[in-house]
Design a binder for this molecule. Structure first.
Ligand SMILES: Nc1ncnc2c1ncn2[C@@H]1O[C@H](COP(=O)(O)OP(=O)(O)OP(=O)(O)O)[C@@H](O)[C@H]1O
Length: 434
């Protein structure tokens, strides 16, 4: 069946090759199926044995030492055997094929060879997954789909935000019900604030309280103040707001205990408190202090409160989104523990390899190289690591400041009141003024 389809596509390819580039611009997917795919599939099949040999994926069926008459001969056998592959299947953006592993091989070997495979097949990138024991699935993307991404669509659901498009063409959704806390990392001008703006505009129409912590004087999150239940713009205010959120956490625990449930989602709707998403822009501003006793104490308080929310918040409807250029142990002792609790990871272009390693390395080793290869010009492109430990390259939908401001202002009447946090902020302001 695959072969008949392939022959048909070859015939159409001949016609389309003559018709030229204008069709490619108007119907990129159709042209890919008809011309790009057959060429790539032929290239894969034609060169597979040679490519497998050069990338050490082919193995010798006989030992490297053998006995010929009375002489032991050592050396590489002449014809190593390439692993068996399925017929390359077309996808909307590339091809995929299944490889049967030789005994003793692991998917890691194939992950190490992806760059060579991408060059040999002349595609943008190759990804390796292992859907079944003994097999790997090689998925090649023909051209970078994030260069000119379309708009993705997804059904809106409570506490989920459609923030962009995935490399494979699907919707890039941050779902707090499945991944409660997120960490967003990237060099300056890589796209962190744009992603946060998109996130806020997606959560704004929902029954969700948003708390902003922006110690850069509120320059970023201040734009959405009308839809924020609270905004802390200094470390003093941040410590007060986070402290009040920890008290909120304890009150919710009590409500759950009295009702005999283990999560606010098991409470009857009328008893269920509103979910809260706490957004921290530039974590370093919370942790770095000037050495005075007061600023040290504030930084430590923030660290303890954030960790407590991260540890207990998931089932109590308190969620964290923490953004920064680096979220490493050099900021303070509590950062490593906090990072361990933030299972959703997003890594934009970074300045040094260590930052990508720190952001993704503990959960997905092979995502680190992909993050390191994002260039400074690829604004909004990021590696996203979600619930299943799988990762994907993705690009946020560009949300301009004006759009974000307009959307949040439109939904300001939905802003839930958090009296405890409000009071704590007023008191912190009063203390600061006196
Ligand atoms: N998804 C995107 N598509 C196109 N352009 C984008 C995208 N994301 C960000 N940009 C552009 O990149 C620039 C920097 O984005 P942004 O301000 O979000 O970066 P940042 O990481 O928050 O920087 P900083 O740390 O300096 O605040 C902006 O001009 C923005 O328009």
């Amino acid at each position: 069946m695959g072969h008949i389809l392939f022959a048909l596509l070859l015939a159409v390819a001949a016609v389309l090759l003559v018709a030229g580039g204008r069709l490619r611009e108007r119907y990129p997917i159709a042209v890919w199926y008809c011309t790009g795919y057959p060429r790539t599939a032929l290239r894969i099949l034609w060169h597979w044995r040679e490519v497998a040999r050069h990338t050490d994926l082919a193995v010798s069926p006989s030992p490297a030492r053998t006995l010929i008459a009375d002489v032991i001969v050592t050396g590489r056998p002449l014809r190593p055997v390439a692993p068996r592959i399925s017929f390359p299947k077309p996808t909307r953006t590339g091809v995929s094929l299944l490889v049967r592993l030789h005994p003793g091989q692991t998917p890691e070997l194939y992950k190490a060879a992806v760059e060579a495979l991408a060059h040999a097949w002349r595609v943008h990138a190759v990804r390796v997954t292992s859907p079944d024991r003994g097999f790997v699935l090689l998925t090649a993307t023909a051209v970078d789909p994030l260069q000119h991404p379309g708009r993705a669509h997804a059904k809106p659901a409570l506490l989920s935000a459609l923030v962009g498009i995935l490399e494979a063409g699907g919707a890039w959704v941050l779902d707090f019900r499945t991944v409660p806390h997120w960490m967003i990392v990237g060099a300056t001008q890589s796209g962190k604030s744009t992603l946060l703006a998109r996130l806020v505009t997606q959560l704004a129409p929902q029954h969700v309280a948003l708390v902003g912590i922006d110690c850069k004087g509120g320059m970023e999150l201040g734009l959405f103040e009308s839809r924020l239940s609270a905004l802390a713009t200094s470390r003093r205010e941040a410590a007060a707001a986070l402290g009040a959120l920890v008290i909120e956490l304890q009150e919710r625990m009590l409500v759950c205990r009295e009702a005999g449930v283990r999560s606010i989602w098991q409470l009857p709707e009328k008893l269920r408190p509103v979910p809260i998403v706490v957004i921290v822009d530039e974590l370093a501003e919370l942790y770095l202090h000037d050495g005075t006793r007061e600023s040290k104490a504030e930084a430590e308080q923030c660290s303890v409160y954030l960790l407590r929310i991260a540890q207990l918040g998931a089932v109590l409807g308190l969620h964290l989104v923490v953004a920064g250029q680096r979220i490493g142990s050099e900021l303070g002792s509590g950062v490593t523990a906090l990072r361990a609790q933030l299972s959703g990871r997003i890594c934009h272009a970074v300045n040094d390899p260590g930052t990508a390693e720190m952001t993704l390395g503990d959960l997905a080793k092979d995502a680190v190289a992909a993050a390191q290869s994002i260039t400074a010009e690829e604004k909004g492109v990021a590696i996203c690591l979600g619930a299943d430990g799988g990762w994907s390259r993705a690009r946020s939908h560009l949300t301009t400041i004006d759009q974000a401001r307009e959307i949040t202002a439109k939904h300001f009447h939905l802003t839930p009141v958090l009296p405890g946090v409000h009071r704590a902020l007023l008191m912190a302001d009063g203390d600061g003024a006196s």
